[in-house]
Design a protein around this ligand. Structure first.
Ligand code: SF4
Ligand code: SF4
Length: 117
C-alpha cells in the first residue's frame, strides 16, 4: 500500500520509515551511511527515525524542514500537492526535476482531479 507524501514520494517505501516501523537498527545504520553521502552531511543511526510525511512524528529532519510539506500543511492539502490550485508551483517543479516518477504520478493525479471538477 502506498503512503504518499505531499510531494508524491511513497513514504511506505522509504528506508527511514521501514527502519522506524520495524525498529531495525541495521537498516538505520545503512540508511544513515547512504544518506550522509547523498546529502553531504553526517547522519547517525539515531537520526533515521520517521513515521512519514503525514504523521505526527517522529519525522526525519530534512522532511520536517521541507518547504513543500510546510506549504501543503498551511494550504490544508489533505493528501498530495496534486490537489493544490497552484499545482505545480515553482518549488514543487524544481524538486520534481530530481524525481521524475513522483512528478508523473502527481501529474496524473492532478489531471484526474481536474477531470472530476
Ligand atoms: S517523510 Fe519520512 S518516510 Fe517520508 S520520505 Fe521523508 S524521511 Fe522518508
Ligand atoms: S503551492 Fe506548491 S508546494 Fe504548496 S501545496 Fe501547492 S503545489 Fe504544493
Amino acid at each position: 500500500m502506498k503512503m504518499l507524501a505531499f510531494c508524491g514520494i511513497d513514504c511506505a517505501n522509504c528506508p527511514a520509515y521501514i527502519a522506524t516501523f520495524e525498529n531495525n537498527d541495521r537498516l538505520r545504520i545503512e540508511t544513515a551511511a547512504k544518506w550522509s553521502e547523498m546529502f553531504r552531511s553526517s547522519l547517525k543511526k539515531e537520526d533515521i527515525n520517521c513515521m512519514g510525511c503525514h504523521s505526527g512524528g517522529p519525522l526525519f529532519s530534512y522532511c520536517n524542514e521541507c518547504g513543500i510539506r510546510k506549504c501543503a500543511l498551511e494550504q490544508k492539502i489533505k493528501e498530495t500537492c496534486a490537489e493544490c490550485s497552484d499545482y505545480s508551483c515553482q518549488l514543487l517543479t524544481e524538486f520534481h526535476k530530481m524525481l521524475q516518477d513522483e512528478k508523473k504520478l502527481l501529474d496524473r493525479l492532478h489531471s484526474e482531479i481536474e477531470m472530476r471538477s
